[in-house]
Design a protein around this ligand. Structure first.
Ligand SMILES: Cc1ncc(COP(=O)(O)O)c(C=O)c1O
Length: 416
């Protein structure tokens, strides 16, 4: 069969939804300054879908430093991979400052979170080693596992009994192979908002010999007293052997890092293929990164504002009887019951008639029959934004319950 013909017959799990109005549900364009109010299809909307947790994307000091760095350095410098010709004092300074903030010996910068963590996993393990991982791990962790040619064992999300069983299996195997064990989880899971049970995993270290890698993309900047993340939040930062985060969320930028003990980070510098064979991060992102980290460390008001909004959102939704799952972080999933058709109509109603923009997550990311509307609170939202949003959600939930968005037996025309 012709390869391209085959692809077009299937289109893939997400591509199948392409029939629904392009640029409305898929690839929507939010225009204007990154803020709670942006333009969508010519209409102002209240946005709850940006991981701009601390509001740094449009912080005046950040914007100024980004612009000056771009003017001074351009987007090219430094050219080449870090190992060859792409290093600079600024890159090293950002690594040192991140290491200090995370209370680790050293840090290696990564060009992107996704490729970075895949490649870190690839560098850490060989065919003798076993990876044990949480079933709800992000796609980039799953793709990292795909590179692993040895065994990998999954445990149901945060299920410590099952994790222990898998560690027993892994221990037996590695005793025979002479390999080691790597456990991978997330700090904050980006869909449910659950924290990984880092404390529970760390407790197993006294019984089993393994190293722990934590992807804290959503926890960095948002969790813990200083914002150092979920390890700090749970009091087990020192038990995390490798702490990873992207700059794509709280830092509102591009890039990522991995922190750990000096010799292991050095090992990674010489063995992480996505970094050895790729151009290093451009200077404006590094200088902008230093500024963001400084603000994150010295201006706690952004995290305080974030949590004020998080509590208002989560308490408010719960008080009105909404199911927001088991979140213990800023990520707030609002779980409703309905099919894809109802989800599409509901979201169109929310966006067009209530001016509320949040992401809709449907099967296969969540089980069939579940509509997840994910709310990402930020430091720059207001309590009034929260009030307006919950009132709009009450209206659309009422319509959903009445069957107004349903295809068959619809009580009214679809919306928007
Ligand atoms: C848990 C997690 N890890 C890694 C990434 C990928 O990071 P990046 O956007 O820097 O590639 C994401 C998404 O951005 C994420 O949610």
């Amino acid at each position: 069969m012709d390869l391209f013909e085959k692809l077009l017959q299937d289109k893939g799990p997400l591509g199948r939804h392409k029939f629904i109005d392009d640029n409305y549900y898929m690839f929507p364009k939010l225009e204007g300054e990154i803020a709670p109010r942006m333009m969508f299809k010519g209409q102002e909307v209240l946005t709850w879908s940006l991981n701009n947790y601390l509001g740094l994307a449009n912080h005046p000091e950040v914007r100024k430093v980004d612009a000056e760095a771009a003017a001074n350095w351009g987007l090219g410098y430094p050219m080449g991979a870090r190992m060859m010709t792409g290093n600079s004092n600024y890159h090293e300074q950002l690594e040192k400052e991140l290491a200090k903030f995370e209370e680790k010996d050293d840090v290696m910068l990564l060009n992107y979170g996704y490729q970075g963590i895949m490649s870190v996993i690839d560098a850490l393990v060989d065919r003798k080693d076993v990876i044990v991982y949480d079933a709800e791990s992000h796609a980039c962790i799953i793709d990292g596992l795909r590179l692993h040619i040895g065994k990998r064992f999954v445990y149901p999300h945060n299920d410590m009994v099952s994790l222990e069983k898998q560690l027993q299996r892994a221990t037996k195997l590695t005793e025979e192979s002479g390999g080691g064990i790597l456990v991978i989880t997330e700090g904050v899971f980006g869909m449910s908002g659950n924290q990984g049970n880092l404390k529970g995993i760390a407790a197993l270290k006294s019984k089993y010999n393994f190293k722990l890698l934590v992807d804290d993309a959503h926890g960095f900047g948002t969790m813990g007293k200083t914002g150092a993340g979920t390890g700090e939040e749970q009091g087990v930062q020192d038990q995390i052997d490798l702490y990873f985060s992207t700059f794509a969320k709280s830092m509102a930028s591009i890039g990522a890092f991995v922190a750990g003990e000096a010799e292991i980070i050095d090992f990674l510098r010489y063995n992480t293929r996505s970094q050895i064979y790729a151009k290093s991060i451009p200077m404006p992102l590094i200088i902008g990164g230093l500024k963001r980290l400084e603000i994150l460390r010295t201006q706690p008001q952004h995290k305080d504002n974030l949590w004020k909004i998080v509590h208002a959102v989560q308490d408010g939704f719960r008080a009105k009887g909404f199911n927001i799952g088991t979140t213990t972080s800023p990520v707030t999933p609002v779980l409703l019951k309905g099919d894809l058709y109802e989800a599409a109509n509901l979201v169109r109603d929310l966006r067009t008639n209530h001016g509320i923009f949040c992401s809709m997550i449907v099967y296969p990311v969540v089980p069939k029959g579940v509509i997840m509307l994910r709310i990402i609170p930020t430091a720059v939202h207001t309590l009034e934004d929260v009030k307006v949003t919950i009132a709009a959600f009450e209206k659309v939930k009422g319509k959903l319950d009445e069957g107004i968005y349903a295809k068959a037996g619809s009580k009214g025309a679809t919306v928007g």
